[in-house]
Design a binder for this molecule. Sequence first.
Ligand code: NI
Length: 247
Amino acid sequence: MEFDPQRGLVSRPEQEIAAHRRVLPVRECEFDVECHGEPDSSTGYLVNIVDIDRVVREHGPPILEAGELHDARWILLRLAEEVERDLGVSVSAIRLRLAHNASLTLERPSMSHIFRLSFEFAASHRLHASSLSDAENLRIFGKCNNPNGHGHNYRLEPEFEATSTSELRTSPRALRDLVGETIMEKFDHQNLNLDLPEFAELNPSVENIAKVIFDDLSKATADSNLEVSLRRITLWETSKTSCVYPA
Ligand code: NI
């Protein structure tokens, strides 16, 4: 496996490694570091964030440029250990932000790896409960009860978990393909009430859409040969409204 900041973990023949490294835009990599512990009794600080900046800037680029660049898991673990050694704090999670709102997070002490990806699809729906009167529907759902429907640009953020302690063989590209085939083809540019049998009776609220997507994607992930499981999804209906399932 190779680590590509644009695409994440990818399979790459050995002879391509040198060329790949030359174009690696290290400056575009972003790390998030989460620490835990007791604040210092006099300063009130758990850790001075200036010190985290310093350690990550000092150790991050050399680690990224080292020969083991292809192993993103190694990069994250090594940087977590540098922060712990230099600052004397425990790192509970360290995240490498990739392009296209994707990220890879190493959680400790479980050593789980979380791939978080981001997708967008457009769909229309009408919120209407057949068990309620028209007046009640209008009161509860307001404009969303419009008989001719309305549309949203949904943003879907699935989190896949790799718990295997062996090779991390799953690439974000393989996960993208899985989500594309399973979810995007099914949901994008559809009228959810009319085009998807799941919503013939079920009100297509963001909560219900999230559960249907999770169930579909979870099954497809389990049926695939990818060595990950679907942990949860976040579905954004607007920039302010989202649903996480399972919570
Ligand atoms: Ni709506």
